[in-house]
Each structure stands twice: as structure tokens, then as C-alpha cells.
Design a protein around this ligand. Structure first.
Ligand SMILES: Nc1nc2c(ncn2[C@@H]2O[C@H](COP(=O)(O)OP(=O)(O)OP(=O)(O)O)[C@@H](O)[C@H]2O)c(=O)[nH]1
Ligand SMILES: [Mg+2]
Length: 452
């Protein structure tokens, strides 16, 4: 992940606090220097780094630890809180307040505008809105077709005009047709922020469309140039939010994260891959939590909510609390995981799990295997599904014959079930209240994982 290195250095720094004997000025100075070094290496803007660390230092020297927190815990918490504040504090959601709600995408060449349109279109469609895409990139010849392909993939109507070279005319042509959609997402040409002509075009298009959201798409690999580029866009077409893309790569990422400071607008989404599902809403507390290694229970819950219908999730969690777990639960979970994305990504979000490196094979249940297991399960009795421990050789034989799935594959399914059951045992006996307390701890004052 982008910023992995930053996360590692920050974790090291926080460990130093845990190991130290006293919290004194010397330790605080050392901590501030370490954080500065880590942020600068990640390409975060120099001025911002100094402002941020100055604030950490001031608070660390001035504030008394509140009762209930040790000095060390308080210090870690100051670092956490200031980093969260730095990134915008609360998640900045896009609320669809009128019809059609127009979202315009601007950014440099190849930053990920068109790809992000597909992701956003899917995101808003899932929320129940009627979405359309409008192609106003008249400069790159292949651009309209690219947008059409992406829209087709997610079943969203796409308005393009391949022969027209004036974006203003295209917009006017489709303006009335677009009235019947809830959300219209507008693709614009990539540009170099320093080229006068393209900048004039974006100003014209912006003034004509008057978008409700104007999102600046910034790629993680842009580095220190981010500030200046973002500023030029903002001066010509007021930016309301930032999408930081390619956050799955190896770039340093700090530049993209600080583009929001230049435009005084929050990061709203992260692009974490090339596929339409590789989009995350940006949640500063969760993000900092993940950077510092405390996991991100909230982002996980959000994803889980999308994948499993609410009543079902509630039902499952109630039964898990009782320590109950059937083959059907296992299957439901595997299906849900498939929808949520790779298990690896999910594990990163669970507190405590981010530090454990699991073998890749364990994290990926292949599609083909899921299909076989589904067939095998269709040949099982209700009793077997509810209590797979009764599956002896003769039962496995019968299921294998009935379903055409090999005994080996069925045994593997049983093995997978046992692993799941073991994990569920950890929940057993925990009252909903104690679970709630656990959750509170994750979200509360101190990043867990720092035992002091
Ligand atoms: N890994 C990764 N690749 C991305 C992400 N977003 C976009 N890309 C890739 O970046 C490349 C450029 O994406 P586009 O969406 O075409 O970028 P654009 O800003 O529309 O480009 P122009 O229209 O040429 O200015 C493509 O190969 C995308 O697949 C992301 O979040 N992660
Ligand atoms: Mg494009």
C-alpha cells in the first residue's frame, strides 16, 4: 500500500514512546523529529509538516494527561488526533441534494478521472440513485470510447459525441436529456495545470455547468508538485473535494494527501486499484488508525454492511456471539468476502490483524472452489449443514456421488469450516455489551495494540 513506509516509520516512532522510561522534553523533541522525517520522506508538503509537528510539540509540552490516561498514552493520542485533524477529521460524504446532481472530474493527464467515474457511478447506483456519465474529454481521441466501455460494464447510460470538439456544445446538446437522472458524472480532458489554453477550457466548462461537486483527481505518485498543480485547478474551477488515486501502488502518496490543503477541500475518496470496486470512502480517523497499525474497524464495518444485508448480518453476529456457526454461515461469509474484495485487504482493517502476515493461499478462496462447495452443500441434509462434524466417510461418499464433487474437495470444505469455527469460538460468551466495549476501545482514546 502507498504510505506503507510512512506507516512503518510512525509505528517505530510510537514504539519508542512505549519503550522510554520518562515522557520529557528530550523524548518529545525526538518524537517530533522522527515524525517530521517520516512525513517529509513520504512527500508531504514541507510547510504543512512543520505546522503539524509544531502543534504536536506544543500540546505535548503543555497538556496534562487527563485522568485515566498515562503520560505515554496521552502522547500517542496527541499524535493520533493531530494526524486525523491534518487529514480533515470527519469523513466528507457527498450528499445528493438536488436533481440532477452534477459531479465534475478534473485533473492532470492520466490521473484516473475516467476510471474513477466508473467507480463513482457504481457507488451511487448502489445507493439507489439513477446515474449517467457525460463525456467532455474532446482532446484524447480514445476518451469517449473509454468512457462508453466503462459505463457499459456497470450498466450506466453514457452521453458522448465523438465528432464534436467543443465541450460546451456537447453539454448543451445533452443538457435536457440529463435532467431525468439523479446524478450526472462529467469526464473532462486531462491537462497540464500550466497550459493556459486547457485551463481556459476548464474554466469555461466549469462556468457553464456549475457543478455541485468539482472533484480534483490526484494520483498518489505526484509528489511535491501536488500543491502547485492543485492550486492552479482550484483558482480556475473551485475544487470541492479530492480523490486520491493509485493508493494501491508503491508511490509515496504524501503529495496526493496534502493536495487537500492547497484547495482547502477534503479528500473524499481513495482509488485503490484499477477495477470498478476499488474505491474507498475516505475516513481520516480510520486511515490514521491503519497507518499507525490499529486497524480500521469502521471501514471494515462499512464494507461488510454493503456486502451482507443488514438483518442477515445482525442475525449472524447474534449467533456468532452464542458461538454457533454452521456450514451455511461459512458459505455466506465466503460469498460476502468475495464481494468485499480480497481477504487480504480486509485483514488489514481488523485491529490486531494488520501486523500478522498470513500466507496468500489462505486468504483466497477461488471462485471455482466456492462453486464446487455450493454444489456439495446442495447434496447435504439440513442436519449435516447445521452440524458438519457428523460428516463421516460414508456421508462424504454419498454427498460426493450426489453432487459430482470429489471427496477431497468436500474434506477441504470441512477443514475450512473447522478453521472458521475456531475463530468463532473466540467470540463465544462475549456479551453484546462487552463486544460494544471492545469496539469503543478501538474507536476511543488510544490506538489498541500499544500496550504500555
Ligand atoms: N492501480 C491503480 N490504477 C489506477 C487507479 N485509477 C486509475 N488507474 C489507472 O491509471 C490509468 C489512467 O486512468 P484514466 O482513468 O484513464 O485517467 P484519466 O485521468 O482519465 O486520463 P486522461 O483522460 O488521459 O487524462 C489507467 O491505466 C487506470 O487503470 C487506481 O486507483 N489504482
Ligand atoms: Mg480520461
Amino acid at each position: 500500500m502507498v504510505l506503507e513506509k510512512l506507516g512503518d516509520s510512525l509505528k517505530e516512532t510510537l514504539k519508542k514512546i512505549a519503550k522510554s522510561v520518562f515522557v520529557d522534553e528530550k523524548l518529545i523533541n525526538e518524537l517530533v523529529k522522527d515524525i517530521q522525517r517520516a512525513l517529509l520522506q513520504a512527500d508531504v508538503n514541507v510547510k504543512l509538516v512543520f505546522e503539524l509537528t509544531q502543534e504536536i510539540k506544543n500540546r505535548a509540552l503543555k497538556e496534562e494527561a487527563p485522568s485515566g490516561l498515562t503520560k505515554k498514552e496521552h502522547l500517542v493520542n496527541i499524535v493520533y488526533e493531530e494526524l486525523v485533524k491534518f487529514l480533515g477529521e470527519k469523513p466528507a460524504e457527498i450528499k445528493i441534494t438536488k436533481k440532477p446532481f452534477k459531479i465534475m472530474m478534473v485533473g492532470l493527464f492520466g490521473s484516473g478521472k475516467t476510471t474513477t467515474i466508473g467507480k463513482l457511478a457504481k457507488y451511487f447506483t448502489k445507493k439507489g440513485h439513477k446515474v449517467a456519465a457525460l463525456g467532455l474529454d474532446v482532446h484524447r481521441p480514445a476518451a469517449p470510447e473509454q468512457l462508453a466501455q466503462i459505463s457499459k460494464q456497470i450498466n450506466v447510460p453514457c452521453f458522448i459525441e465523438k465528432a464534436e470538439k467543443d465541450p460546451v456544445k456537447i453539454y448543451k446538446k445533452y443538457e435536457s436529456a440529463l435532467q431525468k437522472f439523479d446524478v450526472v458524472i462529467i469526464d473532462t480532458a486531462g491537462r497540464d495545470a500550466l497550459s493556459g489554453e486547457l485551463i481556459k477550457e476548464i474554466r469555461d466548462v466549469y462556468n457553464l455547468i456549475k457543478p455541485d461537486e468539482n472533484l480534483l483527481v490526484i494520483s498518489a505518485d505526484i509528489g511535491q508538485a501536488a500543491q502547485k498543480q492543485a492550486q492552479v485547478f482550484h483558482d480556475n474551477a473551485a475544487i470541492t473535494g479530492v480523490v486520491a488515486t493509485k493508493m494501491d501502488g508503491t508511490a509515496k502518496g504524501g503529495g496526493a494527501l496534502t493536495a487537500c490543503a492547497a484547495t482547502k477541500s477534503p479528500i473524499k475518496f481513495l482509488g485503490v486499484g484499477e477495477k470498478v470496486d476499488d474505491l474507498e470512502t475516505f475516513n481520516p480517523p480510520g486511515f490514521v488508525g491503519r497507518l499507525l497499525g490499529m486497524g480500521d474497524i469502521q471501514a471494515l464495518l462499512e464494507k461488510a454492511k454493503e456486502a451482507i444485508p443488514e438483518e442477515k448480518a445482525e442475525d449472524l453476529s447474534k449467533r456468532l456471539l452464542k458461538g454457533e456457526f454452521t456450514l451455511i454461515d461459512l458459505f455466506d461469509q465466503m460469498e460476502a468476502m468475495k464481494k468485499m474484495g480480497s481477504l487480504g485487504k480486509i485483514m488489514e482493517m481488523i485491529p490486531g490483524f494488520s501486523q500478522i502476515k498470513l500466507p496468500k493461499e489462505l486468504l483466497q478462496v477461488q471462485e471455482s472452489k466456492l462453486k464446487k462447495w455450493k454444489h456439495a452443500m446442495l447434496s447435504m441434509t439440513k442436519q449435516e449443514l447445521e452440524d458438519p462434524t457428523i460428516l463421516n466417510t460414508s456421508r462424504i461418499d454419498r454427498i460426493s456421488k450426489g453432487s459430482g464433487v470429489s471427496a477431497k474437495d468436500i474434506r477441504e470444505l470441512i477443514k475450512q469450516y473447522r478453521v472458521g469455527k475456531k475463530m468463532v469460538k473466540m467470540f463465544k460468551g462475549k456479551s453484546p455489551k462487552s463486544m460494544q466495549q471492545m469496539m469503543k476501545k478501538f474507536k476511543g482514546k488510544l490506538p489498541p495494540g500499544f500496550s504500555m
